[in-house]
Design a binder for this molecule. Sequence first.
Ligand code: FEO
Ligand code: CA
Ligand code: CA
Length: 754
Amino acid sequence: MSHHHDDPICNDSSNEHFQNVLDRALVSPARRNVLRGSVGLSAAAALPMLQACGGDSDPTSSVPVETKGLSFSPVGKSLADQVVVPAGYTVRVVHATGDALDSSLAAYSGSGNESDDWARRVGDHHDGMDLFFIDASGKYSNADTGRALLAVNHESSADAHFFHPTGQTSGGVTAKKFDQFGSWDLKARPADGLEVRKEINHHGVSIVELSKSGSTWSYKKDSAYNRRITPNTVVNITGPAAHLANIKSLMVTAFDTSGATARGTLNNCGHGKTPWGTYLACEENWAVYFQMPVGSTAPDAKTVASRARYGVARAALSPTATSGVSQGWHTVSGSDQYSRWNVAVTGASSAADFRNEPNTFGYNLEIDPATPNSVPAKRVAMGRFAHEAAVYGVPVVGQPLAFYMGCDSRNEYIYKFVSTAVWSTADIGGGMAAGDKYLNEGKLYAAKFNADGTGTWLLLDISVPAIANFATYAFANQADVLVNTRLAADAVGATKMDRPEWGAVNASTGEIYFALTNNSAANRTPVTADGANPRSYNDPDGRRGSGNPNGHIIRFREQGSIPANAAAMAFNWDIFLFGAEDTSVADVNLSGLTASNAFSSPDGLYYSPASGIMWIQTDDGAFTDQTNCMLLAAVPGTVGDGKAITVNNSLNGATGKTGTFIGAALGDAKLRRFLVAPKGAEVTGLAETPDGKAMFVCIQHPGENTPALGSASSFAFESQWPGTAPGTQKYGPVGRPRSATLVITRDDGGMIGV
Ligand code: FEO
Ligand code: CA
Ligand code: CA
């Protein structure tokens, strides 16, 4: 099955797991009253402030939207190798993996025969995405100018076997497929480096110019805006002025012995768009790219402890080891674009090798798409972890900005960054300088979810005694706190969550939603369910064992007057939805899902300011026997508006607990399946035009379960989408499956979904 839902666990701290908290919430009679009593503060109080703070080009000016009601007929479950949408909608591919940015390059072959290094092609594994409009002079605009730049994250290398004629080669043996979360052999990759260069360069971010023709959009080859940010692109290291020197000292490598710059970005999953119009490429599973050759020298114990918490070369390789995580990029000689992935001690100091290279990943990388020659910046002040999207709270003039961020691994945390600078609409279009203003100075917090339906933000600062005196890891200074954020969050007792994926902010209410995609049997045993969890159950067909195979979506509302509450230290929370198979028993299918809206493993989230829809994208392996991954439209309410749901936890033969909590059961009218993806794919990025009439959706890794070629003479493709797709979605040669960005329009020209 897909390895995208098997992220490694590196949190060995004793911090309380969210499920323990939720369980106590279930049995807390006070909780309902807490939630109910404060609901009235939400949207109404926000309206005047929202409307007071900007003109038409101001992202804060969006008038709160009441979702009109979903207007489409839900699509059924689908196992077809195509994108399925409701009647009356049209799907087209905007671009797909391997498309050339310049007409000087050969067209994508579909057979792995490209002879270039992919640094001027659209990357692979389309993920987070956003649109940036530019006016006739090329300046960023919040309004739809008919001319847009499309920025897309290219996440992973799990399907790199498709980029070579017969698969990946290692130790002279070809026809292999790297397993991102499994072990791979430690043998040398081909000496000429071309395989590895292709694999390196299909990572990162692509930016292409789009033009509008009629109702649809297409990408322009040879635009001066077309740009790739790859793992080789030089970027600036930035952070709080008072700590920047110490931050740079942690970034010293043979590439830049001052630590002022680093190279590139990796495994960009979810994303963020800033209120001033730049792009945040969030670095998620960057840890799996590094390795130390067998018999090499590890750095000092503190560095090793830091690496262990992030999953970098976790286990010291024994002299007889034959496998480890990483796909062996470091085995190619002749250039430090390869040797940089070897994180062993090979030189006299950190300035002479790449032992610090992992410290240069794990951040939000800010990019200004409208300024092609701008240097991207790692925003170290926002912390270092497996960044999975960064979404801002409703911006209010004169108030700090808040960015909400998940760390996607089992038992990891949700974070908030609050800027020191207060928001000014004069910064819209301000590019990297605006980023310097808002994203270098601020406070970083981790979330603690209390049993009574409240939560608190825990400051991550060296001045906090629990951090300064943390026994597990001796923080040297605030730079060390920012670079080892996970350990700092352990120290203050943040709440372990079930793999926080994307967040989304309901711009009408300021409430924040987070997808908690799933959890495994190892973390949610029947014994644990007996004590602490609202749902610990067997996947009905056993595909995903037990635990929380279907995931859920949490939402919270900052306390204080909304929306001027970016710096609030506390919040109220509830559960928006529980994923489930529609045929599951009621104790599992707590949100009352039906065949029209059953889903599993929520991953992406996007709130549409135009329609008021909360869009939910899935990346699943539990329900995929019945349906491919999907996109659903939900009508969001407000925290606390759900009904009381009683849970009987007497599952799996364990002694259960019974409790009551507030959660939504939206019903078919308020939650509908809008799109189903091709075979093996997950649904990732989502963006739309301001009028809500063109929606862009990314499809990642169709055919992901295609096995390595091995000794076979041809691939046993799980999918060959989009080359084999029907109708308007057919795109490119019939060959290997490709990730892609879609544009979806409504045939009558109306708004999507409502
Ligand atoms: Fe890249 Fe958390 O999924
Ligand atoms: Ca994801
Ligand atoms: Ca199942």
